[in-house]
Design a protein around this ligand. Structure first.
Ligand SMILES: [Zn+2]
Ligand SMILES: [Zn+2]
Length: 389
């Protein structure tokens, strides 16, 4: 990897020592601790607490708030992300976001700092171990102007050590007491947790660009993987994310496992986040339909009749969603005049609104069925052509 064309590169000793040394330290100290003190409830709890705080600070904070500006956050939450993001030992938010924004602008290209085209290992961890110009900080002026992030950038390693290593030790000391409590906190909430959060995050750059489906786009190597989402606070829906990076969600359906999305949403109920940006459902679904249509047509000549039916489906679905939005707005407005009406009067008005909303949903469902039939017709057409050939 050090011979990559056109870029002078050298081994980053500090990063290498940290990335190799930390798993060794975590394993050795875990064995020593287990033999001497065993395990109780305290160790897993402290591990999970620091795992959640630092992991979510990377995914909801570094990634969705700072890198992509998918929403706005109040300063106490930003400070929390700055403190626990540092505890994840993945560099300052400013540097992390500089790399990440470059990754999105140049995905899979030479300039992509963690391009999977250079191999799984490179995308996972190799790029951190070798200096190849990633230290160039660019396209993050907005973040450099933020006082909390500028402060974090200046003292990143000190904050990381205090919050990520010393603090869990002190929590253990206060909880259990003595060297037992301090070591337990430091090993489980510090060393072991840092290694787990590291590799969970690295998997987004390696595994989420290697395994999974591409329901929205094949323009780059990003993939959707629900399994990976369980390990990475919802970041496994990476094909969706690369296609719609302005969305604060990665798993856009309510049932998609995406704790980062749930954190951002629930923080909005107490005023810690606001202006949460969502891509409209009609845009998402149209994109998915387009991708399925292209996949079916791939390598086959698309007949005019199919193209026409496809355009019709998209139009029906889009119109259905636009109307649904309108009808829902009308219903919300009507609710305000509820008190000025008689009980029966309001009941009739409410029924009328509900029927109109239902009609829109039926229209959308019909467009979906039409699309399924179209895909089936295309498949049959392709198959029959193959047989006659
Ligand atoms: Zn991203
Ligand atoms: Zn990516």
């Amino acid at each position: 990897m050090s011979e990559h064309v056109g870029k002078p590169s050298s081994i980053n000793i500090v990063n290498c020592a940290f990335l190799i040394g930390m798993p060794i330290l975590a394993t050795a100290s875990l064995i020593y601790y287990s033999l001497n003190y065993g395990i109780s409830w305290f160790e897993p709890i402290i591990f999970i607490a620091f795992y959640l705080a630092s992991g979510l600070s990377i995914t909801a904070g570094y990634h969705r708030l700072f890198s992509h500006r998918t929403h706005k956050a109040a300063w106490p939450l930003k400070l929390f992300y700055a403190l626990f993001g540092a505890a994840a030992f993945q560099n300052s938010a400013i540097k992390w976001c500089s790399d990440h924004r470059r990754h999105h602008r140049k995905t899979d290209k030479e300039e992509d700092p963690y391009s999977v085209n250079r191999g799984f290992f490179w995308a996972h961890i190799g790029w951190v171990m070798v200096d190849e110009g990633e230290e160039i900080v660019e396209n993050v002026k907005d973040l450099q102007a933020d006082r909390i992030l500028a402060w974090q950038d200046r003292h990143i390693f000190l904050i990381g050590f205090l919050v990520g290593i010393l603090a869990p030790g002190l929590v253990g000391l206060a909880w259990i007491g003595g060297i037992h409590g301090f070591l337990g906190g430091m090993i489980y909430g510090g060393f072991v947790r840092v290694v787990v959060v590291h590799h969970a995050t690295f998997l987004i750059n390696s595994a989420a660009h290697t395994w999974g489906s591409q329901p929205y786009s094949t323009e780059n190597s990003s993939k959707d993987s629900p399994i990976l989402s369980f390990l990475t606070f919802g970041e496994g829906y990476h094909n969706f994310h690369h296609t719609f990076q302005a969305d604060y969600r990665n798993g856009h359906k309510w049932y998609h496992w995406d704790p980062s999305k749930w954190l951002i949403k629930s923080a909005s109920w107490v005023g810690l986040t606001r202006e949460l940006h969502k891509i409209p459902p009609k845009v998402i679904e149209a994109r998915k339909m387009k991708r399925t249509f292209q996949k079916k047509a791939d390598g086959n000549e698309i007949e005019n009749q199919f193209q026409e039916r496809f355009t019709e489906c998209i139009a029906q679905m889009r119109n259905g969603f636009t109307e649904l939005l309108q009808r829902r707005k009308e219903y919300t407005v009507a609710k305000q005049s509820k008190k000025s009406q008689t009980k029966d009067g309001w009941k009739a008005v409410k029924e009328g609104h509900k029927i109109r909303i239902k009609q829109c949903k039926i229209r959308i469902a019909k467009a979906r069925i039409e699309f399924k039939l179209l895909v089936q017709a295309m498949r049959l057409n392709i198959n029959s052509k193959a047989i006659t050939a």
